[in-house]
Ligand binder design. Structure first.
Ligand SMILES: [Zn+2]
Length: 282
């Protein structure tokens, strides 16, 4: 599995997440929106959707989805220690750069490859955005929903945290923190793009071995099954109940991530629907 690595060499965030701005605004090395730095694939990505500025209100936007080397949907390790399938929506690239990259939908981009560049495409030629930057949204699953100036719908976790604030690691030798700061966001350091050869930096263990987390039925009850997807139902955990998570199993054939849990000493399996139903707690 890959880590989600902060996608610009300089971590410089001029605007963070709020109810009216569900995104990071990332500046380049100048920190003041005068330079045009590249956005590098935070992990292996698939081009899900291209929305060029010829379409009203789209400002040269690309939606990238996390995937494996064959382009199949895949989870990426997020900075809070939980693996998730994600969509990244990037907005404002200049049309010259857009033509240079010449992306096509379904293109597969290796982790770390330059695949977007800061720009300031805006409402129109006389009303551009305020200087070069990448407006970047991060959402759960592969998704697209244009709504006002946003491109993704699910940018919140069930406990109210933002996906964007819990996603990115910084990679030793690649990212540097600087200039206009990070708007209070923090980024744990790793020394590799891959979880399995991460050396001695933290975290060295993927959450598959993390037994300090619990799956909590916050909004609705969940079932524990004898195996993933179609196993028989062992028990149902009512709202308010919880069970320890012993292993994260990734996305299964039903499209959901599953976890292995321990129910009174017996192993079972449960869907992980952290956006709609359940919460993970320490
Ligand atoms: Zn923005």
């Amino acid at each position: 599995m890959e880590y989600a690595i902060f996608p610009m060499k300089t971590i410089s965030i001029s605007q963070g997440y709020s109810s009216s701005h569900k995104a990071f605004d990332c500046n380049g090395s100048s920190g003041d929106r005068t330079t045009k730095d590249y956005w590098y694939a935070p992990c292996t990505l698939k081009v899900l959707k291209l929305l060029d500025k010829e379409q009203s209100g789209y400002y040269n936007t690309i939606l990238f989805g996390t995937c494996d080397e064959k382009g199949n949907q895949a989870s990426v390790m997020c900075e809070d220690g939980i693996a998730r399938v994600l969509t990244f929506a990037c907005t404002h690239m200049d049309t010259v750069d857009w033509d240079t990259f010449n992306h096509k939908e379904n293109d597969i981009i290796p982790s770390g490859a330059a695949c977007y560049r800061e720009g300031f495409t805006g409402l129109n030629e006389t009303n551009p955005s305020h200087g070069n930057h990448v407006h970047m949204e991060v959402g759960l699953g592969w998704q697209y929903k244009k709504q006002s100036d946003h491109y993704l719908k699910d940018t919140l976790l069930s406990d109210g945290r933002t996906v964007i604030g819990n996603t990115f690691y910084q990679l030793k030798g690649f990212n540097s923190v600087g200039f206009q700061g990070t708007q209070g966001y923090t980024f744990k350091e790793v020394s590799s793009r891959k979880v399995e050869d991460s050396g001695s930096t933290t975290p060295t263990t993927p959450p598959s071995t993390n037994t300090n987390l619990k799956l909590v039925a916050t909004k609705q009850a969940f079932r524990i099954r004898s195996s993933v997807v179609s196993g028989s139902i062992i028990t149902t955990i009512a709202v308010g109940g919880s069970v320890p998570i012993t292993e994260f199993l990734g996305i299964q054939s039903d499209g959901y991530q599953w976890v292995k849990v321990n129910h009174n000493g017996t192993s079972g399996y449960s869907q992980l629907d952290t956006y709609n139903c359940y919460t993970i707690k320490k």
